[in-house]
Ligand binder design. Structure first.
Ligand code: NA7
Length: 539
């Protein structure tokens, strides 16, 4: 049972405790200070940056373009920072996070290398008691979970794994000092975004690479390149208008080619081919917007899927390998990956692909990986097996609301929130980009800023009205979860085993977690605030 007696010395009594020092935690701290709140951030890592602190694997790169994947809350900040590439790599994004922390003097209120183990609501005092792995217990009126959507790794343990004599690294917990692959035989398990980004680079460095693929993935060329000075200047000349326009797109970011309003099924075969070719040449998520019905009509979707399969067969020289790399599922159902040399890598003589979709991995042996009768000799094993997304980190803490109700119990059938911001029976606790909000389906920094602004405005409104507590009602949360699922059910998203549904983690309830559609969501949040926080109970 977590400690119930907080240290009430003034330095350990906070107005607000923020958990996590990624982009959400940094901005929340900045806003909390602006409100004059006594704030403390706890962060497990030894530095800021959240997901960009941990995902240091080779090739880690954002799939939203640099000029958009950054904060907009400070005009000077967005004017002075220079991005070097169309899509930023992890080191540059981490430098940016550090720049923000320094520029706004945020580090003074961040306690690094500290894991929050529990947060319990004290009903008599109407405060939260927060305990950490440093055996300290503090109290705060408000708790903000800035814990990130992709922060708990999904790291399957294969039979025999303990006996493996080489090193094992998960892409989401990459060693700070890097990994030397030279002269090594390397295995990568997992071909989602992380695997697809890391594989071409590991192949260049290693002696031999074997890729273990459970599900083939669609990937569109990224066409990453240096960002021209004129391109940056054009955006910066009207940065706030650019941001405003982007917030009106369903994912909160614009693409280089607008949505084609025509349904794929109304276009001729030639028209479809021309459209797909043009978007393939442009690169990035623009491809998903080729036709209006790709996300809602399976037959339309199949035309895009078939185009990408043909491309894979053009790129990959060995027809058998090309076939194995060609997905047969709905395109865009799992998050689309961006390709920088991924498919081409399989033309290398020192790269093998092992299809484990049927027989799986039998065991890890001291010197390799056994699949059926075949043993693959390996010196280093890379797990690119993804994350326990959106709920993993929250449920790993012992969070208790009213009557000692645990979050694990509250969410046993899947996450239940109102707006992805509040949880019934957990007063004064906010989740930034929580399940039920657009979060991972958007430009994350845009969604983070929208949530932090909403929370800050809420705290200010509560102070003005003399309220001590705010809590999502059960009815509002139930209706919201139903709404999130209804919206998803109108699309192709629920048709595959994606991490959006929790389907990548054995035993996790199958519930569609993010909400599709950023602009209507923002409108709803604004309406709720304007109607004196309808759906929340203020105390
Ligand atoms: P993903 O997209 O969840 O990919 C994980 C990959 O690992 C995927 O190919 C999985 O196959 C595979 N996997 C997971 N567990 C296993 C086991 N037990 N055996 C074999 N293969 C397995 O994670 P990423 O880190 O690549 O990307 C996450 C997000 O980060 C991405 O969407 C971007 O938003 C950034 P499966 O498809 O489940 O069959």
């Amino acid at each position: 049972m977590p400690a119930q007696h907080p240290d009430k010395t003034p330095q350990n009594v906070f107005d607000i405790v923020i958990i996590g020092a990624g982009f959400a935690g940094l901005y929340m701290l900045h806003k909390a200070r602006k409100l004059g709140l006594h704030a403390r951030v706890f962060e497990v890592g030894e530095g800021v940056g959240g997901t960009w602190h941990w995902n240091r694997y080779p090739g880690a790169r954002c799939d939203v373009e640099s000029m958009q994947y950054s904060y907009q809350f400070d005009e000077d900040l967005q004017q002075e920072w220079e991005w070097s590439e169309r899509y930023s790599g992890q080191p540059e994004i981490l430098r940016y996070a550090n720049h923000v922390a320094d520029r706004f003097n945020l580090r003074d209120d961040i306690q690094f290398e500290t894991r929050v183990e529990s947060a319990c609501f004290d009903e008599a005092e109407e405060t939260w008691t927060i305990s950490t792995d440093r055996h300290e217990t503090v109290s705060a009126q408000f708790v903000v979970m800035a814990t990130g959507c992709l922060s708990s790794t999904n790291a399957p343990v294969f039979p025999g794994q303990d006996e493996f004599e080489g090193d094992i690294h998960h892409t989401g917990r990459w060693p700070r000092e890097g990994v030397d692959f030279s002269g090594k035989r390397v295995a990568v398990i997992g071909t989602g975004s992380s695997g697809i980004q890391a594989i071409p680079i590991i192949a260049e460095q290693a002696d031999h690479l074997t890729v273990f693929q459970r599900t083939a993935q669609y990937a569109i060329p990224a066409h990453n390149r240096p960002l021209k000075a004129e391109e940056q200047a054009t955006v910066k000349a009207r940065y706030s208008e650019f941001r405003q326009e982007n917030s009106l797109y369903p994912n909160g970011f614009s693409l280089r080619m607008p949505l084609n309003e025509m349904p794929a099924l109304e276009a001729s075969e030639d028209e479809r081919a021309t459209e797909y070719e043009a978007r393939w040449a442009e690169g990035g998520f623009t491809f998903s917007w080729s036709f209006a019905d790709l996300g809602t009509n399976l037959e339309a979707n199949a035309t895009a899927a078939s185009f990408v399969r043909n491309k894979i067969h053009e790129i990959v020289e060995d027809p058998e390998t090309a076939k194995k790399l060609s997905p047969d599922s709905v395109i865009g159902c799992k998050r689309l990956c961006l390709d920088t040399g991924y498919f081409k890598t399989f033309n290398r003589p020192d790269v093998d692909l092992v299809d484990i979709s049927q027989q799986g991995i039998d065991r890890i042996t001291p010197t390799g990986i056994q699949c059926g009768s075949e043993q693959h000799e390996v010196d280093i094993l890379v797990l690119a097996t993804g994350f326990d997304a959106m709920t993993g980190t929250l449920l790993a803490m012992d969070i208790r609301g009213r009557n000692g109700l645990s979050l694990t119990k509250q969410w046993e059938a899947g996450p239940r929130t109102y707006l992805g911001l509040g949880i019934p029976a957990f007063p004064n606790l906010f989740t930034i980009s929580g399940p039920g909000s657009p979060s991972v389906l958007t430009n994350m920094i845009v969604s983070i800023e929208q949530h932090v602004n909403w929370i800050s405005d809420c705290l200010e409104a509560m102070r003005a009205a003399g309220h001590q507590t705010i809590e999502a009602s059960e009815e509002a949360a139930d209706a919201w979860v139903a709404h999130v699922n209804e919206v998803a059910d109108q699309t192709v998203y629920p048709s595959c085993n994606s991490w959006y549904l929790g389907a990548n983690v054995p035993g996790k309830p199958r519930v569609f977690m993010p909400l599709l559609g950023f602009p209507p969501y923002v409108e709803k949040c604004d309406e709720v605030a304007a109607s004196n926080y309808e759906g929340f109970v203020l105390g």
